[in-house]
Design a protein around this ligand. Structure first.
Ligand code: IMP
Length: 503
């Protein structure tokens, strides 16, 4: 006979936190959001890889590329670069994150000396950047011949056919520095010479990168940034249960700090085979998360298989139609609560703490606090991050509103069949995700700041200064549908909805 769960499947919107006592020391600026990313012997050793904020970005084409990874690592979280691309392309993205040096920008605006003023104007329109490097072959690492900045031309006075070589600041007049220059030295040169940009070149005069005066302040701002021992940003990468023998070595070689098996259903032999293969080849030196599961059995299976963290969630993602198409899944809150209990039970038995990640279904910022209070060590977000400038998708204007594109890995657009495959179909037989728009939300840095300010504030209301303390002290209540209505503004006419007001 089938098994019936006695508890209904609940989601975050059905819960609220009940405030607890907060002392005068319990203030948002004193809250630490540090959290473990991979398993460790809690109480006996430090976690080998932790994050400064409990947020990771989803393993999705429309969310996590190298630009997203750098932006999120600057804030203290980790991106998992999407695996639904060729091994070479994914490894190249990882390598770009690892070789990114804060403040050292590889020039994205480059022309040959025979380009014209019209080309410069078109490039400026496309990239939004006003400093253009002139190199012999028009590439970012060609021989540097000059620089064109806004002060080098006047559109009203010059023909747009004029070749760049006639109005650029030529190499001989540029202040340049050696490729080994440190960021501090570069900034000193910029200040001493009153220049706006400094090209760094190798001994053959080939351009390596640029340092810009305008970036100076932002270098000092990222107090939470997540760096490895070589001061490169930490980055994760998605893998699948099919081509791991080829993909994992390439990602490890490229410098990925942590991997994660990306699959809609993690309670499967395919996952244990993948983890076993990694352990046989690399031992514990390669960190790999697994998932997704929604119950105690699923968690224990993956923990025993050797997963470094376990991801929770089936059917709750904003672009997900798995529950509608296949009738499987579980309310995200119920799943997190049960898996958190299983994690604690496993820790008591073995002394090994396997972090858990609540993946998908975060709609409001407070859902993050709820997920943490229910026991999640961190959350994975797709829709949330897809809205920012740093996501890889197009920004469009629809009916006067700015939006960004966001599509599921199980949609026809992504065609990530490896994520859904249960035995060699080699294609998507039906869709489990949709292609959509999300409201554009500006820069990631600003969005994450507001979100985490709310998380910190709620934690203080619960008397907690750390995530483990929140998990211990949190008091949660299920809310009725009428009290949900009470929770929003109600029985007033909102001013921005009123068309006219007569006094
Ligand atoms: P969101 O943050 O609610 O948008 O959910 C993102 C999560 O949805 C991802 O991290 C995946 O676990 C999951 N997901 C991504 N693509 C699909 C899909 O096409 N169908 C179902 N779930 C998906």
């Amino acid at each position: 006979m089938a098994t019936y769960f006695t508890e209904p499947s609940r989601t975050f919107g059905e819960y609220l936190l009940v405030p607890g006592y907060s002392s005068s020391e319990c203030i948002p600026s004193a809250v630490s959001l540090k959290t473990p990313l991979v398993k460790y012997r809690k109480g006996q050793e430090d976690c080998p890889l932790s994050m400064n904020i409990p947020m990771v970005s989803a393993i999705m084409q429309s969310v996590s590329n190298d630009t997203m990874a750098i932006a999120l690592a600057k804030e203290g979280g980790v991106s998992f670069i999407y695996g639904s691309q060729s091994v070479e392309d994914e490894a190249a993205m990882v390598a770009r994150v690892k070789s990114y040096k804060k403040g050292f920008i590889v020039s994205d605006s480059n022309v040959r000396p025979d380009a014209t003023l019209a080309d410069i104007l078109a490039l400026k329109e496309k990239t939004g950047h006003s400093t253009v490097a002139v190199t012999d072959d028009g590439t970012a690492n060609g021989k540097l011949l000059g620089i064109v900045a806004s002060r080098d031309y006047r559109i009203s006075r010059m023909s747009t056919d004029l070749p760049v070589s006639e109005f650029m600041t030529p190499f001989e007049k540029l202040v340049v520095a050696d490729e080994d220059t440190t960021l501090k030295e570069a900034n000193d040169i910029i200040w001493d010479n009153k220049i706006n940009s400094l090209p760094l070149i190798d001994k053959n005069q080939h351009l390596k990168c640029m340092v810009f005066r305008k970036d100076y302040d932002s270098h000092k701002e990222n107090v939470n940034e997540l760096l490895d021992k070589n001061k490169s940003y930490i980055v994760g990468a998605g893998i699948n249960t099919r081509d791991y023998a080829e993909r994992v070595p390439a990602l490890v070689e490229a410098g990925a700090d942590v991997l994660c098996i990306d699959s809609s259903e993690g309670f499967s032999e395919w996952q244990s085979r993948t983890i076993s293969w990694i352990r046989a080849k690399y031992g514990d030196s390669v960190k790999v998360g697994a998932g997704n599961v929604v119950d105690r059995e699923g968690f224990r299976f993956l923990a025993q298989a050797g997963a470094d963290f376990v991801k929770i969630g089936i059917g709750g993602g904003s672009i997900c139609i798995t529950r509608e198409t296949k009738g499987i899944g579980r309310g995200q809150a119920t799943a997190v609560i049960e898996v958190a209990k299983a994690r604690d039970e496993y820790f008591k038995e073995t002394g090994v703490y396997v972090p858990i990640c609540s993946d998908g279904g975060i709609v409001h910022d407070y859902h993050i606090t709820l997920a943490l209070a229910m026991g999640a060590d961190f959350v994975m977000l797709g829709r949330y991050f897809s809205r920012f400038d740093e996501s890889p998708t197009n920004k469009l204007r629809i009916n006067g509103t700015y939006v960004k594109e966001y599509w599921g890995e199980g949609s026809n657009r992504a065609r990530n069949w490896q994520r859904y495959d249960l035995g060699g179909a080699g294609k998507l037989s039906f869709e489990e995700g949709v292609d959509s728009y999300v409201p554009y939300a500006g820069a990631l840095k600003d969005g994450v700041y507001v979100t985490l300010s709310k998380v910190r504030s709620t934690m203080c209301n619960c008397g907690a200064l750390t995530i483990p303390e929140l998990q211990e002290k949190a008091r949660l209540t299920v809310v009725s549908s009428t009290s949900i209505v009470e929770g929003g503004s109600h029985d007033v006419i909102l001013k921005n909805k009123a068309t006219s007001v007569t006094e």
